[in-house]
Design a protein around this ligand. Structure first.
Ligand SMILES: [Zn+2]
Length: 268
């Protein structure tokens, strides 16, 4: 008989009221995902599955290491207004930053002073950073009342050590994301659809310069819904990559909690 999975400490959706009442998290972790096309081989939920897995597994590891961390449910709707495909779910930037503000204010009201946003979707990054900048305006380290204001940090769910496993980098639907879904929802990967997916290039070379910023129409950037080489994907790498991502998020959680809270956090 296979062993029944147990509720995981630190995963809010899996905890009960008495467990939560007895739990004093030093940090709340929020996975921020997206629901959008990822080519013919990966499901719409790819970014949400990946952000959730990294955040939840990182939280479990952090708790095992003695850092009480609480992981929120994953946000499955992100920013996809630049998509020409059906049911690429999106809210607009002000709604998104307001949602993050409401969640973080509530976390703050429960007395938690560290918040980590684990981002699974590149389209969310700039708006998450805009939210953080706006959040700092309420009062930050060294300012009056700073001890009452939560410190908010955001991080990409993917380990900086990804290149040890991933041989074909891509910013959407490539080898890395395929491995991440294989690790957590293998039944959703259409392996028979693996291919080399082309990237569209703007006709203006200047727009390739990283000093310029513009919002790519995603359906033109990755015409098949994904970009990069996936024919080479080695399913045996999936757990290796996922373990790196979980370790990465656990390290970030534990590091953020290693300095005691003060009105000058994260300065001494
Ligand atoms: Zn993705």
């Amino acid at each position: 008989m296979t062993e029944r999975p147990q509720p995981r400490p630190g995963i809010l959706e899996e905890m009960t009221l008495p467990e939560i009442e007895a739990f004093e998290p030093e940090i709340v972790v929020i996975p921020v995902g997206s629901t959008e096309p990822h080519g013919p081989h990966l499901p719409y939920g790819t970014d949400t599955f990946a952000a959730r897995a990294a955040a939840e597994q990182g939280t479990v590891l952090a708790n095992e290491r003695g850092t009480p961390a609480l992981c929120y449910p994953a946000l499955a709707v992100g920013l996809n207004v630049n998509f020409g495909w059906p049911f690429a779910l999106s809210m607009k930037v002000p709604t998104f930053t307001q949602l993050l503000t409401d969640l973080c204010e509530e976390i703050e009201s429960w007395g938690v002073r560290r918040i980590l946003l684990v981002n699974g979707h590149g389209g969310n990054t700039a708006a998450i950073q805009a939210f953080q900048r706006n959040w700092a305006h309420r009062g930050c380290a060294g300012m009056p009342g700073a001890e009452d204001h939560a410190f908010v940090c955001s991080v990409l769910r993917r380990s900086p050590r990804n290149s040890e496993v991933v041989r074909h980098p891509s910013n959407h639907g490539g080898e890395a994301e395929t491995l991440e879904v294989l690790a957590v929802r293998p039944e959703l990967v259409r392996t028979e659809k693996f291919d080399e997916f082309p990237f569209g290039e703007p006709a203006l070379d200047i727009l390739d310069n990283p000093r310029l910023h513009w919002v790519r129409p995603w359906h033109l950037h990755v015409p098949r819904g994904a970009g990069g080489e996936t024919r080479d994907v080695r399913p045996e790498d999936a757990d290796k990559l996922q373990a790196l991502n979980a370790e990465w998020i656990a390290d970030v959680i534990c590091d953020l909690c290693s300095l005691p809270w003060s009105a000058r956090y994260p300065y001494e």
